[in-house]
Design a protein around this ligand. Sequence first.
Ligand code: VGL
Ligand code: ZN
Length: 207
Amino acid sequence: MQIKTNEDLLLIIDVQNDFCPGGALAVSDGDAVVPVINRLSGLFDHVVLTQDWHPARHSSFASSHPGKAPFESVPMAYGPQTLWPDHCIQGTPGAAFHADLATDKAQLIIRKGFRPAIDSYSAFFENDKTTPTGLAGYLRERGLRRAFLVGLATDFCVHYSAVDARRLGFEAVVIESACRGIDLGGSMAAAKAQGAEAGVTRIAELA
Ligand code: VGL
Ligand code: ZN
């Protein structure tokens, strides 16, 4: 697949300490994406990072719901919400990017999940699927049309970002060698199927 440096961007999702081994919501082998992503960053002129960025006591934390445990689901105003261990709390080391991630090239860092009452998996919309992050406008103003998605986690923030990119009329290509997943209750298979249905392209690696 040929990169068009004026139209393509690398969208690096949530490569943060809490999603890496030893972190609060560790994705198995999560840090393995770092060298792969660093190599990919060199191929693109446009690089955007996202950063999961929750206030303490965020509504997506199981600890905010008495009697509930991480990975259970609760109904929210906007639909069912999976509950997570406390993670990526604003300003903490867990919310920082992995120390070896090459971030200098990033022209924009989108923070998400900062509203106490709503979670945000996608880089484009919060989980109500209507509150925008502003990323779509940024891409359109810059003439960027195709996002190559990498990072954590394949079946949550990468997946929701890719599907929303398609919904907004962008092309979306997930590079599997640069992603790792959580796989909760079949979420890896579901993400693959729903992504395909939404027109998300998956490639093993960018040759
Ligand atoms: C994520 C669960 C909760 C992700 C973020 O980055 O995939 N997953 N917050
Ligand atoms: Zn989160």
